[in-house]
Design a protein around this ligand. Structure first.
Ligand code: FRU
Length: 497
């Protein structure tokens, strides 16, 4: 529906009101951002406006598949409880009629500005006809947005000669010393990835400053870049499309990389000191950050993935896509770590705790029927030992999380649980792995379960594995090992929002 015709914000909001009751709740989360109905992808415009956090997202309300992009919208005082707001942008102008693609937001004076990509694709048969330009919209109440009459503020003419005008998107804006800067995802004319930096005094006139690129194979478009300061270092995050498998541990071809380094504001040069993957699960892409009121750097990502089938579509649930838990970032030992925002602790209920449980065969916690929980599992020395943690266990089925002290890795296997989730580009793509240097000191797992998602924070956030799962039946937790493994400490809370 709606293909090719101009759709407005009013039409989208009306459609949502009339149709949102059709959504089937079975796999809806309880404490993650979702749209009322339809498809969502990237987080956009994560910002602080008049004391509240605003989060926009790539949105197609009319189907549970991607379509011409709108910006959905929600706000929160604490990153956990979100209020859905009306759709903020619709593809209703000649320069964005193919979609209001990803971008960012910033409070300037008393107004909230959005900077986004206007995408047009006038000839579906010819990808070369695509154009991507950068646009502005603003609002005084943080709800209704007006697109700027000067749009596009960065047109195809202002794209440097080495970059494709067809792949020029996802502006992330920030201000420093009275000047605005923006980092934009790009593809070189030889199809390698890069990002472009621009600067402006007034938001309407932008000057190309420099680019960051690599000669090695590092994917094509570096989508959704974000540059910010963290613990006195610069950090650049980006989501390269088609990253070669194995690069920085990536097992998804749509990967997400952080590069700690140093940005030179006078030349626009970015020097990288360390690269890493940000999440080693199945479902994490296109994250964006905001600086919280108290200075913390908070990141949120799209909890889904391109080129995957979703059972939600086949089951006719009328929705697909959600956001991860907002995560606080910090640097430790030259690495970006992630921790769920501390505000989630205010929603913990019904604590259960035990210490020193020895597993030598199987131990089930049948009374913990997994729905929306936080689990904390601390294991003693795991060197040369293997422990399976079965999540959503029911009969032979489970989402299997293995702590493998022989291979020195944590593995997540979703081959034997509920509705299968198939990758379009790789058959039977059911396992994700995170290698761990040493398990001698034990291992700590902080796991957030929310009906159809798990986010596993390993060793205080050194690694995270985010994944979706669609169990067919109610399930519990069980531990299995043929070695003698000691669970030093186990905690469970229900998360009630
Ligand atoms: C990333 C992305 C962006 C683009 C948006 C379109 O997931 O491909 O580059 O702006 O999604 O929905």
């Amino acid at each position: 529906m709606k293909g090719g015709s101009i759709v407005t914000v009013n039409e989208a909001n009306q459609y949502i009101q009339i149709n949102k009751e059709k959504v089937i709740n079975r796999y809806r989360h309880n404490y993650h951002v979702m749209a009322p109905i339809g498809w969502i992808n990237d987080p956009n415009g994560f910002s602080l406006f008049k004391d509240e956090y605003h989060l926009f997202y790539q949105y197609y309300p009319y189907d549970s598949e991607w379509g011409p992009m709108h910006w959905g919208h929600a706000k929160s005082k604490d990153f956990i409880k979100w209020e859905t707001l009306p759709v903020a942008l619709a593809p209703d102008q000649p320069y964005d009629v193919g979609g209001c693609f990803s971008g960012s937001a910033m409070q300037i004076g008393e107004e909230l500005y959005l900077m986004y990509t206007g995408h047009t694709d006038p000839d579906k048969e010819n990808p070369e006809a695509v154009r991507e330009v950068q646009c502005l919209a603003k609002s005084t109440d943080g709800i209704a947005f007006e697109k700027c009459s000067k749009n596009p503020v960065i047109s195809s003419d202002e794209v440097p000669g080495h970059a494709r005008i067809q792949d020029f998107r996802d502006p992330k804006i920030w201000e420093k010393d009275g000047k605005y800067y923006v980092v934009i995802g790009s593809k070189r004319k030889d199809y390698k990835g890069q990002i472009l930096f621009y600067t402006s005094e007034d938001l309407e006139n932008w000057k190309y400053l420099n680019r960051f690129t690599l000669e090695e194979d590092f994917g094509t478009v570096w989508e959704c870049p974000d540059l910010f300061m963290l613990d006195c270092r610069d950090v650049l995050i980006m989501s390269p499309q088609l990253l070669p498998e194995g690069k920085y541990g990536s097992q998804n071809i749509y990967a997400c990389i952080a590069a700690i380094g140093n940005f030179d504001y006078s030349t626009g040069d970015y020097h990288v000191e360390h690269y890493q993957q940000l999440d080693s699960g199945f479902d994490f892409y296109a994250p964006q950050t905001v600086k919280a009121k108290d200075g913390r750097r908070i990141m949120i990502g799209w909890m889904n993935m391109w080129e995957r089938e979703s059972p939600l579509k086949d089951l006719g649930h009328y929705w697909r896509g959600s956001m991860t838990l907002p995560r606080e970032l910090f640097i430790k030992s030259n690495k970006v770590y992630q921790q769920p925002v501390k505000e989630i602790q205010n929603y913990r209920k019904n604590k259960e705790i035990f210490y020193g449980l020895n597993i030598n065969e199987e131990h089930s916690l049948e009374h913990i029927k997994l729905q929306s929980h936080e689990l904390y599992i601390e294991l003693d020395n795991m060197e040369n030992k293997v422990l399976d943690i079965d999540l959503f266990k029911n009969g032979d089925e489970s989402l299997k999380l293995t702590v493998d002290g022989i291979k020195k890795e944590v593995r997540l296997d979703r081959s034997n649980i509920g509705y299968s989730i198939e990758s379009k580009n790789k058959p039977k793509d059911y396992i994700r792995k995170q290698s761990i240097d040493s398990m001698k000191e034990g291992i700590k797992l902080n796991i957030f379960v929310d009906v159809s998602s798990v986010e596993i924070f390993i060793n205080d956030g050194e690694y995270v594995m985010t994944s979706l799962v669609y169990p067919k039946n109610e399930g519990h937790i069980a531990f299995r090992s043929s070695d003698l493994v000691t669970i030093k400490k186990f905690l469970k809370w229900d998360i009630c929002v």
